[in-house]
Design a binder for this molecule. Structure first.
Ligand SMILES: CC(C)(COP(=O)(O)OP(=O)(O)OC[C@H]1O[C@@H](n2cnc3c(N)ncnc32)[C@H](O)[C@@H]1OP(=O)(O)O)[C@@H](O)C(=O)NCCC(=O)NCCS
Length: 180
C-alpha cells in the first residue's frame, strides 16, 4: 500500500488586505477577552502580518510594527493550539527578527503577560530580556520613553521584553570616538 503523503511543512507568507481575515481563527484560538478584541483590531491596522500556512490553513501569525525606524515591536505571536510545541512560534519570531534586522531596526520589544510561560520562554529563547519600563528610552533622542510606551499599549500584568539587534547609532559613534 502506498504511503500517505507527508503533511505539508508550514511556510511563512505575508498577509495583506482582506487575506488578513484568514488569521482570525488563530486569534480566536489563542486569545480571550480584551486581548482577542485587541488582537483582531491590531490585525487590521498593523503594517506587517506574517502567517504560517500549512495545507491551505493559517496555523500561526505574527503582527509586527515599527514604533520608530529603529524600534521594532512584536504585537502578537500566536500558533493554533493543535500546532504548538513543535517550533512554529520560534519560526515566526525568527522570521520577524530577520525582517527587522534587514529593515535596519536596532531594538525590538514585545510584551507578554507575566504568567504566560510559553510566550516568555519563546522570547527569552531568542535572547529577549525583561526590560524595566523606565528603560524603554533605549533609542537615541527623538522619541522619548513616554512616546514609546504609549504606542506599546501595555496593560497591567504585562512584562516588557527587549532585544537589541545592533548598537544604537550613538553607541557606535561613542565607540568610534574612543578608538580615534
Ligand atoms: C506563545 C506561543 C506562540 C508559542 O508557540 P509554539 O509554537 O508552541 O512555540 P515553540 O514550539 O516554537 O517553542 C518556543 C519556545 O517556547 C517554549 N515553550 C513553548 N510552549 C511552552 C510552554 N507551554 N511552557 C514553557 N515553555 C514553552 C519552547 O520550549 C521553546 O523554548 P526552547 O527553544 O528553549 O525549547 C503559543 O503558545 C501561543 O500561540 N500561545 C497563545 C497566544 C499567546 O499567548 N501569544 C503570546 C502573546 S503575544
Amino acid at each position: 500500500m502506498a504511503e500517505p503523503p507527508a503533511p505539508e511543512a508550514p511556510t511563512i507568507i505575508p498577509l495583506v488586505g482582506e487575506a488578513r481575515e484568514r488569521a482570525v481563527p488563530v486569534i480566536r484560538d489563542g486569545f480571550v477577552g480584551i486581548y482577542r478584541w485587541h488582537a483582531k483590531r491590531t490585525l487590521r491596522e498593523v503594517p506587517t502580518v506574517r502567517a504560517l500556512e500549512a495545507g491551505g490553513e493559517v496555523v500561526g501569525i505574527a503582527l509586527l510594527d515599527r514604533l520608530a525606524p529603529e524600534v521594532g515591536y512584536v504585537y502578537y505571536i500566536a500558533v493554533l493550539s493543535s500546532h504548538r510545541g513543535i517550533g512554529l512560534g520560534a519560526r515566526l519570531l525568527d522570521d520577524a527578527l530577520r525582517l527587522f534586522r534587514e529593515g535596519g531596526v536596532e531594538v525590538v520589544y514585545a510584551a507578554a503577560q507575566t504568567d504566560n510561560r510559553a510566550s516568555i520562554r519563546l522570547f527569552e529563547a531568542r535572547g529577549f530580556r525583561s526590560v524595566a519600563r523606565k528603560e524603554t528610552n533605549w533609542k537615541d533622542g527623538g522619541l522619548g520613553a513616554w512616546g514609546l510606551r504609549s504606542r506599546m499599549r501595555l496593560v497591567p500584568g504585562e512584562q516588557l521584553l527587549g532585544l537589541r539587534l545592533r548598537p544604537t547609532q550613538l553607541a557606535s559613534q561613542n565607540a568610534a570616538e574612543r578608538q580615534a
